[in-house]
Design a binder for this molecule. Sequence first.
Ligand SMILES: NC(=O)c1ccc[n+]([C@@H]2O[C@H](COP(=O)([O-])OP(=O)(O)OC[C@H]3O[C@@H](n4cnc5c(N)ncnc54)[C@H](OP(=O)(O)O)[C@@H]3O)[C@@H](O)[C@H]2O)c1
Length: 273
Amino acid sequence: MKMPKNSKKYRLGVIGGGVMARAIVTGAAGRGLLPPAAVCICEPDAAKRGAFSAEGFCVTTDARSLASDCEFLLFAVKPQTFPEVAAILRGAALPVIVSIMAGKTKGSVRSALGLDEGAKVARVMPNLPCSAGEGMSGVDADGLSEEEKNFVFGLFSAVGRAEEVSERLLDAVTGLSGSGPAYVYLFLDSLVKAGVGQGLTEEQARIFALQTVKGGAAYAEQSGKPFGDLIAAVSSKGGTTLAALSSLEKDDFAGAVSRAVEAAVKRAKEIAE
Ligand SMILES: NC(=O)c1ccc[n+]([C@@H]2O[C@H](COP(=O)([O-])OP(=O)(O)OC[C@H]3O[C@@H](n4cnc5c(N)ncnc54)[C@H](OP(=O)(O)O)[C@@H]3O)[C@@H](O)[C@H]2O)c1
């Protein structure tokens, strides 16, 4: 007898119901990609399970039976927790795997789970703004069918933007967008402190700084203009912006950013296994 196409109980199983898992499954449910009942989350913390359950998601503490009940299995545990989970799942028949674990290569995921080289594993590097539906994810879904790729891209597009990259470039993506939100927050924090230094209250400075970064990014995206042209558009000769820019240039702002990204990429390569 021919098996029905979607014979599994859940479209998506999730191992680890933390910050990223919550962002992804609620984003996918909110966009209508997946009804909550099509998602089951394996999470040891009872309070987190209760919160998912209250939103209509299925919950479990049994990773092994979840793996056999779903079409896609998303690994959203911390990389250091993965060996413990892999030991439970080793030898089980596993569905298509999607891993967002930083530093875990597809090869290391397969080998920890006892899978052969042909086993389907997609590796994704998302970032924290997925929680606000404005994430940026690098996706290596090489080896998956078109339908499977569409599902993975749909999942991460539901919480922001998803771009295909080869696994080789995921360390660069980690250094740029994976760790990037922290650079933005450092910049925002510096702007707020500078504003307070110039007499604004912290609350005022936060509003002005946030809207400036948000508006700057929105206009850059909307106009599609090169950043150099946008900088020129704000810098009139002898004006305030040029004074600030020449100070930043003297302090090698671009060099500092470049070295920071380089350090993150180096660290990503060191911890990759
Ligand atoms: N956060 C980011 O910005 C970001 C960006 C890119 C990639 N990532 C990757 O995303 C993954 C998840 O990160 P996160 O920030 O969402 O971490 P998190 O909030 O700590 O979530 C991990 C969850 O896994 C649960 N867990 C622990 N042991 C488990 C087990 N044996 N079985 C099932 N679940 C278990 C934890 O529960 P307890 O808390 O009860 O232990 C926790 O709820 C990580 O691998 C990280 O590298 C995160």
